[in-house]
Design a protein around this ligand. Structure first.
Ligand code: CA
Length: 232
């Protein structure tokens, strides 16, 4: 899949504001998903793996701050709080709880888009001390989010890309099944993720390895997890 369009999950219970945000983000070139409460946000984060979260604080089923704290227990997913709460105290609390930025309602659309770009840029820079990792014919570009083998682009699903990216960022280190599942799906997924991870890995290997039965790039540590091959 193409990763050129970042996916944004909007968490906003007020219909009018949600529709405005959706329109602004669509026009800004984002892939947009939206939910109306904290429970749906949890499910959406695991299911859709957004690149950025726009989070309202006054949600019908929980406070956005609680959701933010919970999220920061396992994920660095960038979060911009978009809230009517406008005191300095509210902003500091949200930022201290792990929000990447804070914007008050009513917001200016160009300012919102500019802050989103800034947060996504900072996140990409922080996450990628190296922009590219190559081993043999395998190459992953963490900035463009493209995997190539022998110069040919490999079409990975979003989940597949996340798995490969996580493993490729730490070449030589074994990542346990649990670590990978936690990173990719978070603690909310209620599916059989061990099985789903194995299925995804077998699909990844079909796409990137010459012989998926005897992989050269993503190696199996039997019973433990996976490891990216190191440069020779
Ligand atoms: Ca609200």
């Amino acid at each position: 899949m193409s990763h050129s369009k970042p996916t944004v999950l909007i968490v906003e219970d007020e219909g009018y504001i949600r529709r405005v945000l959706e329109a602004v983000l669509h026009a800004g070139g984002y892939r947009v998903l939206s939910v109306q409460n904290g429970a749906a946000a949890r499910a959406g984060i695991s299911a859709y793996m957004p690149d950025l979260l726009l989070l309202d604080l006054g949600l019908p089923d929980m406070d956005g701050i609680a959701l933010l704290k919970e999220l920061r227990g396992w994920s660095r997913l960038p979060v911009i709080v978009v809230s009517a709460r406008s005191t300095e105290r509210d902003k500091i609390l949200a930022l201290d709880c792990g929000a990447d930025d804070y914007i008050t309602k009513p917001f200016s659309s160009p300012e919102l888009l500019a802050r989103m770009r800034a947060v996504l840029r900072r996140n990409a820079a922080a996450a990628s001390p190296e922009d590219v990792y190559c081993v043999g014919d395998f190459k992953i570009d963490f900035v463009k989010r493209i995997v190539t083998v022998g110069g040919e682009p490999v079409r990975l699903t979003q989940v597949e890309y996340r798995i490969v990216e996580l493993i490729a960022r730490q070449p030589g280190n074994v990542l346990t099944y649990r670590q990978i599942i936690h990173h990719v799906w978070g603690p909310y997924a209620d599916v059989d993720n061990n099985r789903i991870l194995r299925v995804n890995m077998s699909n990844i290997r079909r796409k990137i390895e010459r012989d998926s039965m005897s992989p050269q790039y993503i190696l199996t540590e039997i019973g433990v997890g996976y490891r990216m091959a190191e440069k020779a």
